[in-house]
Design a protein around this ligand. Structure first.
Ligand code: ADP
Ligand code: MG
Length: 406
């Protein structure tokens, strides 16, 4: 006999309401409010952020909700529908990034990263989420950003969104121990409906770039391969170290400062592997800027339908080139990710690429809405034939960034 279902709330699917109801069920009182932040896909610009380069992520219509209420004392307590019924509780004064562990390192790391501003009072927090965890859609930035905007309001700290993104990154780097860049937090905090966020990771300047996919009869299909990735593991850090080595040898602060035209000269100075890592970063930065040029032109009402179709095909080609570069030069793809991208393409996607840090996770494909179902079926079939676990497929739409819900 199977175990009886865990007594939960009346809300079957993750939502702001369910976060609030779970808060009440667990803590015996109502939350003051619910704040939320989205997951993201990165349209293009992978492993560029920590090289001071460019990325073009967008916030998706899957979110993490944080139901929050202040406490009388100076303690912080966090719970999540993702983590069973146990909560984690600590005095705010004892938050030590080196001693935080497990899932609670993300939200508690954010509270720690507020620094002395965190002396403003205790809180209870309960999370609910519809962002798949560990799929490369940045459930980590979603949880960080949701609590960051909640604390910013409760504590009256008045930090702007780019400061909150840095707080999220600090938490992930120091408390979680994942040496990630700032792209994920930027997308979660700065995303807007219908647009991607062009991030200049050096200046942290952002600009909304309208995507117009729906108007072009296109959508973005996510293929979650359900294979694990672990950024805290060695692969990500090793790539970062290669990039830093390349920049050092080339005598620049970051690979962002190497013009594409210098690529050939760089080859003589670097060992083969370091050169290929650098080549990925340089060409990927160029692909981001090319995609932005195409998307900006797309917004021009004088542009003909034919030109739009051509632009979208060109964006698809950039996605393909990005995937090939991540696979061959940066070597962060996996057989599952390659198959997802190839089978989507073969079935009619305009382009497809792995999204997120790699070593597993998800692929995005730019697909004609009319062919979405057929492409999804073809990908699922290809996975079955290869003996891989059944992938999870869903479309995502560019959505609003972090906000208060109620
Ligand atoms: P990704 O960001 O691609 O989803 P990460 O490995 O960076 O993958 O982050 C996933 C981790 O973040 C989870 O293993 C968990 O520790 C934490 N996390 C994310 N969302 C939640 C949530 N809703 N509740 C609790 N922990 C979460
Ligand atoms: Mg993450």
């Amino acid at each position: 006999m199977s175990a009886p279902p865990r007594p939960a709330t009346a809300h079957a699917t993750p939502s702001a309401e369910r976060a609030a109801a779970e808060f009440t069920r667990r803590f015996g009182r109502a939350p003051l409010g619910v704040w939320s932040a989205p997951g993201r896909v990165n349209l293009i610009g992978e492993h560029t952020d920590y090289n001071d380069g460019f990325a073009l992520p967008f916030a998706i219509d899957r979110r993490t909700w944080a139901a929050v209420a202040p406490r009388e004392d100076r303690r912080i307590r966090v719970a999540s529908t993702f983590a069973g019924d146990k909560s984690v509780e600590l005095p705010l004064g004892l938050l030590d990034p080196a001693r935080l562990a497990g899932w609670s390192a993300y939200p508690l790391g954010v509270a720690w990263a507020f620094g002395r501003l965190a002396a403003r009072g205790g809180v209870d927090v309960c999370f609910d989420s519809s962002v798949p965890v560990g799929a490369g859609l940045s459930s980590s930035a979603a949880i960080e950003a949701s609590i960051a905007i909640a604390l910013n309001e409760l504590w009256g700290t008045n930090l702007d969104r780019s400061a909150l993104a840095r707080i999220g990154r600090l938490a992930e780097n120091e408390a979680v121990g994942a040496p990630t860049g700032i792209m994920d937090q930027t997308a979660a905090l700065q995303g807007t409906a219908g647009a991607a966020v062009l991030l200049d990771a050096r200046t942290l300047h952002t600009r909304a770039v309208p995507l117009g996919f729906a108007a072009a009869g296109l959508e973005v299909l996510v293929i979650d391969t359900r294979t694990a990735h672990a950024h805290a593991g060695g692969g990500y850090g090793a790539r970062r170290a290669s990039c830093e080595r390349a920049a050092q040898v080339l005598g620049v602060p970051a690979l962002r400062d190497v013009a594409l035209a210098r690529l050939e000269a760089a080859e003589a100075l670097l060992d083969d592997e370091t050169f290929r890592r650098a080549r990925h970063v340089l060409t990927e930065n160029a692909r981001v800027l090319a995609a932005v040029t195409l998307l900006d032109a797309h917004g021009d009402p004088a542009r003909s339908g034919d030109a739009l179709a051509r632009d979208m095909r060109a964006i698809g080609a950039l996605l393909d080139a990005s995937h090939a570069s991540l696979r061959d030069d940066f070597e962060v793809s996996t057989p599952e990710l390659d198959l997802a991208a190839e089978s989507a393409r073969a079935a009619g996607a305009l382009g497809a690429r792995m999204t997120g840090g790699g070593f597993g996770g998800a692929v995005i494909a730019l697909v004609p809405t009319a062919r979405n179902a057929a492409i999804a079926e073809a990908v699922t079939r290809a996975f079955a034939e290869a003996g891989y676990p059944r992938p999870q497929l869903f479309t995502v739409t560019p959505s609003a960034g972090a906000r208060r819900e109620r």
